[in-house]
Design a protein around this ligand. Structure first.
Ligand code: ATP
Ligand SMILES: O=P(O)(O)O[C@H]1[C@H](O)[C@H](O)[C@H](OP(=O)(O)O)[C@@H](OP(=O)(O)O)[C@@H]1O
Length: 318
């Protein structure tokens, strides 16, 4: 059980240099409330991009978490990780490079060579120094999701022979450089048009979601490699998004790009850039779908599921 005087936090605000010690009276009353209720206080240090903080750490989530004794604390990018906390969980979605920059700028206690490892650099040493802290998710476990060439490999490797339908990965081609070679490479690979062009790097930036649809390969020469080209797969204009948090699995349905007919293909040319097609606002609630498929825009009861999951990660730890 954490003692009160251990709990000093840094604001994590890049503009604030000095430690911010929470109001001891406020904090004590909460910890006392927690202690009296037997609830264990859980401290989650987070290292997320500002975009992710804005979209993820919504008041509804923070309020529900606090009621369950879970406190989200920004990891101060200006101080060494080991001087902060103590944390029960480090919630992170940064690349090894971003962690490296944070730790280098934080006069980190870690050796420089440890920053060069691919699995999030100093975070790897932090995990060795603090095995009691759960890192969500370990950089080496999610590294492949940052690359659209490798992110689907897990699906391609699965055996769905006993499933009700066919699950596959669209045929795709990676273009690392030299966009002028795309028409020849597409022809040589025998890819069927139209093609969806996606940035190869899926790093969570707005740019990484800038997708294009090309009806002929020559317009692809205007795109900026590295990118991945995927054959367009007609799928009825509805996308099923599967959310998995711990053991909880939820399926939501979204409107997607409509099917493309051969007539359209013959009439259409050029390349079209499209926004976040199947975002939460594109709920397919009204689509004429099999009623057994539950779901809507976002993951239902997400805040409840995620906070219960965080508690499950620390249950049983002293
Ligand atoms: N090969 C494809 N065939 C047909 N439609 C596709 C294909 N790839 C992507 N799409 C359409 O483009 C949308 C976005 O594609 P994708 O999910 O790969 O991008 P993303 O940026 O990873 O999306 P997310 O918003 O989930 O991060 C999909 O929801 C789907 O509507
Ligand atoms: O359909 P949703 O709103 O869940 O789409 C998510 C998307 O699946 C990714 O999780 C995005 O995160 P990044 O890949 O890090 O960009 C989310 O973007 P965000 O800006 O809202 O965090 C989408 O919402």
């Amino acid at each position: 059980m954490r003692l009160r005087d251990e709990l000093t936090f840094s604001s994590g605000d890049a503009d604030e240099k000095e430690e911010v010690i929470m109001d001891q009276n406020l904090w004590c009353s909460e910890v006392n409330a927690g202690l009296s209720s037997g609830k264990r206080e859980v401290v989650v240090g987070y290292a997320l991009t500002s975009k992710k903080i804005k979209s993820f750490l919504q008041p509804k989530l923070e309020c529900l978490a606090r009621n369950k004794g879970i406190h989200f604390v920004a990891i101060d990018h200006n101080r060494s990780l080991s001087d902060q906390g103590p944390f029960d969980i480090v919630l992170q979605k940064l690349s090894g490079k971003e962690w490296r920059q944070i730790l280098e700028s934080a006069c980190s206690i870690f050796r420089y060579e440890s920053l060069t490892s691919s699995s999030g650099g100093g975070l790897k040493d932090y995990r060795q120094l603090h095995p009691e802290v759960t890192v969500l998710d370990p950089p080496d476990a999610i590294q492949h999701l940052r690359n659209r060439q490798y992110m689907l490999q897990a699906v391609a490797d699965m055996d769905f022979s006993d499933s009700y339908g066919k699950v596959g990965v669209p045929r795709q081609l990676v273009i690392k450089r030299d966009a002028s070679s795309i028409p020849e490479l597409v022809n040589r690979a025998g890819l069927t048009l139209p093609l969806v062009a996606k940035p190869l790097v899926a790093d969570g930036s707005a740019k990484s979601h800038e997708l294009s649809l090309a009806y002929e390969p020559y317009s692809l020469q205007n795109l900026e490699p590295p990118l991945v080209l995927q054959e367009f797969v007609n799928h009825g204009g509805v996308l099923f998004k599967v959310y998995i948090v711990g053991d909880a699995i939820k399926v939501v349905r979204r409107f997607s790009l409509p099917d493309i007919s051969k007539w359209e293909l013959s009439k259409d040319a050029g390349i079209y850039h499209f926004p976040r097609v199947s975002c939460a606002a594109a709920s397919a609630d009204d689509a004429d779908l099999d009623p057994t498929i539950a779901g809507y825009g976002k993951m239902p009861e997400y805040e409840q599921i995620f906070t219960d999951f965080l508690l499950s990660l620390v249950q049983g730890k002293a």
